[in-house]
Design a binder for this molecule. Structure first.
Ligand SMILES: [Zn+2]
Length: 355
């Protein structure tokens, strides 16, 4: 080719034809380029220092002057056209890429959201609230009292003087002051509320945390909730106690539930009784939950001891009353067949999330 071209003098028409041919090919390439990277490579191949356009004009200097000017002008036009075409194509490619990304990464507002993890009421507190709701419906106010008590209020004024053997059942945690301790039951609240309200009639429930210095086992914890109840007034009898507690049991366990009272002993009530409900697991037939008896013990109760009434500021000759106490954790265990009381305060989410 070279020797052939060398024999024939270069004509402007040849260069112009070559120029047009290069431009056509380049425009075709621009149109077919798949992405901006591909386009950038092609741009170097066409418009770069060693690109095809410069190659096509390699022999421009060999032309005589006037024709050289014409071809040069045309070459600049071609170059400008190609520059424009490259720029337009690059913009088109970038726009379509953006559109594709927007399509692919689009936020689908119809998808369900990720729900935040919600806390819930602790199972012991769920039962506690249920118990308090029932007593509130029956006209009992919630009366809160302190967890740190004096020996006198926790034991002495509740008919358990220092030498009383019942104290052995309720060992507790003492502070550096031997007369100040963590309460073993909510019963000191009875003294607080009586001394505050005497001689007015009383209908209260006293919920709260209690403490015992005991070995921790599946059946006993060193801390637990208790709900105590107290009714004081004139002519309150044991029949009121039975009727009120039976009404409570029916509201908690169902209208058909049978109850029974067994004689018991507590230092601060006389007479005392424990109330059982018919086992709601087996319906009274006998099962492992009720240990085959058909009955579940749910609370302790009794008529307020005259000494306790007196300590609270009520004359036992004119006033009488009844008291009762139950454990929300124990009731929750019965209800859900929980076999270990330690689950309540061990903060294991696998346990807590079931309620
Ligand atoms: Zn049973």
């Amino acid at each position: 080719m070279k020797s052939k071209a060398g024999k024939r003098p270069l004509m402007p028409a040849d260069l112009l034809a070559q120029l047009e041919e290069t431009a056509r090919g380049a425009l075709q390439d621009i149109e077919e380029s798949a992405d901006s990277e591909d386009l950038a490579t092609k741009r170097t191949e066409v418009l770069g220092r060693g690109g095809v356009l410069n190659q096509a004009l390699k022999h421009l200097a060999e032309l005589p002057q006037p024709e050289r000017g014409d071809v040069g002008r045309r070459a600049n036009e071609v170059k400008a056209t190609l520059e424009k075409a490259f720029a337009a194509r690059r913009e088109a490619l970038e726009t379509s890429l953006l559109e594709m990304q927007l399509r692919q990464e689009a936020l689908d507002v119809t998808l369900p959201g990720r729900p935040p993890v919600r806390g819930r009421i602790h199972p012991a507190n769920q039962t506690l609230r249920q118990i308090l709701r029932i007593w509130a419906e029956m006209g009992f106010q919630v009366y809160r009292s302190r967890e740190v008590e004096t020996d006198e209020l926790n034991f002495g004024l509740l008919n358990m003087p220092p030498y009383h053997p019942a104290r052995d059942q309720w060992d507790t945690f003492y502070t550096t002051n031997p007369q100040v301790l963590l309460r073993t039951h909510t019963s000191p609240g009875q003294i607080h509320v009586m001394r505050e309200r005497a001689p007015q009639p009383i209908r209260v429930v006293l919920p709260g945390m209690c403490y015992r210095y005991e070995q921790v086992t599946a059946r006993s914890e060193i801390q637990f909730n208790q709900v105590e109840g107290l009714a004081v007034g004139r002519r309150i009898t044991f029949a009121d106690l039975k009727g009120t507690l039976t009404a409570f049991a029916r509201r908690l366990f169902g209208a058909q539930v049978a109850t029974r009272f067994r004689a018991a002993h507590f230092p601060f009530t006389e007479p005392s009784a424990e109330m059982d409900v018919e086992c709601f697991v087996c319906g009274g037939v006998g099962c492992p939950v009720c240990k085959g008896t058909g009955w579940l013990e749910v609370l302790g109760s009794g008529m307020v001891h005259p000494t306790v009434l007196n300590n609270g500021g009520y004359d036992p000759a004119q006033f009488s009353g009844f008291a009762f106490g139950m454990g929300p954790e124990r009731l929750t265990m019965l209800k859900h067949r929980i076999e270990d009381i330690r689950y309540f305060w061990s903060n294991d989410l696998r346990f807590l999330e079931q309620f």
